[in-house]
Design a protein around this ligand. Structure first.
Ligand SMILES: Cc1ncc(COP(=O)(O)O)c(C=O)c1O
Length: 383
């Protein structure tokens, strides 16, 4: 049995390999900031925002302290609050619905598609009806581009427009992906993303950004980012936050963005190989037509009756780490159980939470390791 063991533990996400590739460039970028000492709003922050705008095609980029702040700042800028409903998928990271609840508005959870794991347009329609039935004013929808793949933005956008909702895209996991040839950041009113280290484009701490084509919104976001300041620094004109991106993180991201296209291509090669090797034994996340992914996670669904803990233990015994995103959908979690769900319930979210598991995924996985993981999955499913 020992002969099957990988010589070194396989990382789930290999931040170290990228660090090695970029080594000197990152050191120099950090040294430049340490030399000029403009740790807040240094020149790298503006430079990064311009680079992100040119990469994505968005007209305005407002960097900020995290993906969570990015979502919250847009909701604050749009005046979302008590009595309003914001429609969110339940199968997502908690920040999607959490930021809605923090404004005093009500998150209304809707279901996702069983194959793409992204918001189900039919359930969005039900969610809007549920919100109205409860006497809430539907104000916005937050589609999530889950695990790196863009959501069905045309379908969601059309429903939102018809119902008078604005679209805040939660692209925390998917910066760099595209929808029908357009990079995320250019669909909906605004897009929020995260630079948490494990994200496809991650910094060395917390970070995030908002992308929008709306100049007035961008202006308001820049004010909210610094306590709601107005043109006179000491006359604050609205409530805000301390939500700036550190100059050091911006300097690191500028270097990482230079190799990001190459890393996206590598992630897609890994995903294609996984999908070819695994598609006949487990269900793999399907790429919808017109959608690309940056594969923040490579997530599979285990066949009915598979013991997920035993499956994870079998892979772990071979040095292969796994993770479960998400063992509970938001509407199943203690803090969110009291919020409404779309009429008809969320059966897909609940079954995904019961049978998904994610495999190691990063741009530096080599083919031997991929083969080992594929073989381990085959072995663990058939036992
Ligand atoms: C879908 C989604 N939304 C929002 C966030 C929040 O981002 P951050 O951790 O940078 O606050 C995350 C982070 O994991 C996420 O996955």
């Amino acid at each position: 049995m020992n002969q099957h063991l990988h010589p070194q533990p396989i990382p789930f996400i290999d931040v170290g390999a990228q660090r090695q590739r970029l080594g000197k460039k990152i050191d120099e970028a950090v040294s430049r900031v340490l030399a000029h000492c403009q740790f807040i709003n240094g020149p790298e922050v503006t430079e990064l925002e311009a680079a992100l705008a040119s990469f994505s095609g968005a007209k305005h980029v407002v960097s900020c302290a995290s993906g969570t702040d990015a979502l919250l700042m847009v909701l604050m800028a749009k005046g979302v609050g008590p009595g309003d409903a914001v429609i969110c998928p339940s199968f997502t990271f908690c920040a999607t619905g959490e930021t809605v609840a923090l404004t005093g508005a009500t998150p209304v959870f809707v279901d996702v598609d069983a194959e793409t794991f992204n918001m189900d347009a039919a359930s969005l329609v039900c969610g809007i009806a549920t919100a109205k039935r409860l006497g809430l004013a539907p104000k916005a929808v937050i589609p999530v581009d889950l695990f790196g793949q863009s959501a069905d933005h045309d379908a969601i956008g059309a429903i939102a427009q018809e119902a008078g909702l604005f679209v805040l895209d939660d692209a925390a996991q998917s910066f760099g992906a595209s929808y029908k040839g357009r990079r995320l950041g250019t669909v909906g009113l605004a897009t929020a993303t995260s630079f948490f280290p494990a994200k496809p484009l991650g910094c060395f701490g917390d970070g995030g950004a908002i992308l929008t084509d709306d100049a007035e919104l961008a202006e308001r976001l820049r004010s909210i980012r610094v306590h709601g300041q107005g043109s006179d620094k000491y006359d604050n004109v609205r409530l805000g936050l301390t939500a700036r991106l550190d100059t050091l993180q911006a300097a690191i991201l500028i270097e990482k963005l230079k190799i990001f296209e190459d890393e996206i291509a590598a992630r897609n090669r890994v995903a294609e190989r996984y999908s070819r090797g695994l598609g006949n034994v487990v269900k793999v996340q399907r790429l919808a037509p017109g959608c690309t992914s940056v594969w923040a996670q490579y997530t599979i669904r285990l066949p009915e009756g598979t013991d997920r803990d035993a499956f994870a233990a079998a892979l772990k015994a071979q040095g292969i780490p796994t993770a479960i995103y998400y063992p509970k959908s938001m509407h199943q979690q203690t803090a969110y159980q009291h919020f409404p769900v779309a009429d008809g319930g969320l059966p897909v979210s609940e079954s995904l939470s019961a049978d998904v598991i994610s495999l190691p995924m990063h741009a530096y996985l080599d083919e031997d390791t991929e083969d080992l993981i594929i073989a381990a999955v085959h072995g663990a499913v058939s036992t």
